[in-house]
Write a protein that binds this ligand. Sequence first.
Ligand code: IPE
Ligand code: MG
Length: 224
Amino acid sequence: MDGNGRWAKQRGKERVEGHIEGVQRLRDAIKGAARLGVRYLTVYAFSTENWGRPEAEVNAIMELFCKSVINESPELQKQGVRVQVMGDRAGFSEKVLAYIERIESETAAGERLTLVLAFNYSARSEMVAAVRRIASEVAEGRYGVEDITAQTISDNLLSAGIPDPDLMIRTSGECRLSNFLLWQSAYTELYFTEVLWPDFTEEEFERAIESYANRDRRFGLVKK
Ligand code: IPE
Ligand code: MG
C-alpha cells in the first residue's frame, strides 16, 4: 500500500491525510477480495524501517491503527474477515498491543477471508528469527541438519500456516519488494501499478486480479 504521502502532498495536504484515505482503500480491497473469492489478503501496513520516519507521522499511523480497529471491527466481523497481525510485537506500545489483540480476538471466528496485517514486519528479520529457532533445535538434538527442508523454513516464519501469495501488488510506481515476504514470494506473480494507494479503488483491484488471471504460471516447468 504505497504512495499515501505523495497522494497527500499532491493535494497540498499533510502526509497523514494520505494514510487516512489509504484506510478507506484497504476497506475497498477487503470488500473486493471477499467478493472475488480471495481467501488470504496480506497487506504491508508498516515495516520495521518505518520507525525511522518523523515521530509525528509514526504516532499518527499508530493512532490511525487504533481508531481503525474501533471503526472497522463490526464490519469486518459481519463480512467474515479474520484479522491476523504479522510482525515483531516487541516494538509496539502497550496501547497498540492491546488493539492488536482486540482485533484478532474480535474477528477470530471469520471464515470467509483472512486479512494478514504486516505491521512492524521485515522479511529479513523473520528469516533471521527462523534460522535461529531451527539452529537451536538442531543444537538441542531435536532434529538433524539433513532434516531441514524448505517446509521447515516456511513453518518457522511468521506466515506459518498461511499459503504463499499467488499475486503481489505494489502501488505508486515503485518496482521493488522492500523487505516484504521475500521467502514466500519465490513464485509469486508481481503486479506494479503507477496508481497511488489512496486511488487504488475496487476497480483497480479487479484489474490486478484480471492481469493475474492471464498469467502463465509454470513454476520452472515447461508448458504442457
Ligand atoms: C505507504 O505510503 C504507507 C506506509 C508505509 C505506512 P507512504 O507513506 O510510503 O507514501 P509515499 O511513498 O511517501 O508516497
Ligand atoms: Mg512509500
